[in-house]
Ligand binder design. Structure first.
Ligand code: C5P
Length: 222
């Protein structure tokens, strides 16, 4: 059957990557985590002590930053100039800084070019904020996942505790709400449901429910 492009967008911690990984696995498609790319650049900027408002410095850094997304048995691995940054790009500092880095138009322009190159042959599941609206406007399947802030914070909290990380529910709620606000209010390619995207509210759905619902849509279009 036809190898299509599947765009999955939505706010922070809505379950996009969990669902996208399972879909990619089932379809033998490539999973592309675009948030990891913005996180990778943010990680390097923090490491280099670059001012996150300095677009020129960030774009120069990005030109010098080779980001690889590698599938592995334990999920996707992220490498920056050969260094495995899979875990470190999820830390609090990067998480709370990434939306500032992702606001810059020239940073986005370069990221979008890289993302389109990765998707050029189809057979991809790409997740992010602007995939259906900007990166892959012709994607055959567009999904917009949402859930209440309360629910998203609860899920992330449970995840943190299961991994043995310190976690505070109220702080998580604030951080998620703050990131969504910056991502939805930025001038370039803000977080927004594409007009032709199917919206799925995952608040009272299991991961399997969400995956099955999307698979039905995929089956109709392949
Ligand atoms: O998906 P994740 O939470 O890892 O994304 C981290 C951040 O990267 C988002 O909060 C957003 O600021 C930025 N991002 C973006 N556009 C994308 C993906 C992520 O601006 N397509």
């Amino acid at each position: 059957s036809k190898r299509i492009s599947i765009a999955i967008d939505g706010p922070a911690a809505a379950g996009k990557s969990t669902v996208a990984k399972i879909l990619a696995e089932r379809l033998s498609y490539l999973y592309i985590d675009t948030g990891a790319m913005y996180r990778a650049l943010t990680y390097r900027a923090l490491q280099e002590g670059i001012d996150l408002d300095d677009e020129k410095a960030l774009i120069a850094l990005l030109k010098d930053t080779y980001i690889e997304l590698k599938p592995s048995e334990r999920g996707q691995l992220v490498f920056v100039n050969g260094e495995d940054v899979t875990n470190i790009i999820r830390n609090e500092k990067v998480t709370n800084s990434v939306s500032i880095v992702a606001k810059h138009p020239l940073v986005r322009q370069e990221m979008v070019a890289r993302q389109r190159a990765l998707a050029q042959h189809g057979g991809v599941v790409m997740d992010g904020r602007d995939i259906g609206t900007h990166v892959l406007p012709h994607a055959e399947v567009k999904i917009f996942l949402k859930a209440s802030v309360e629910e998203r914070a609860q899920r992330r909290h449970a995840e943190n505790i299961a991994r043995g990380f310190e976690s505070d529910l109220e702080t998580l709620k604030e951080e998620i709400a703050r990131r969504d606000k910056i991502d939805s209010e930025r001038k370039v390619a803000p977080l927004k449901k594409a007009e032709d995207a199917v919206e799925i509210d995952t608040t009272s759905l299991s991961v399997d429910d969400v995956v099955n619902r999307i698979m039905e849509i995929v089956d109709e279009r392949t």
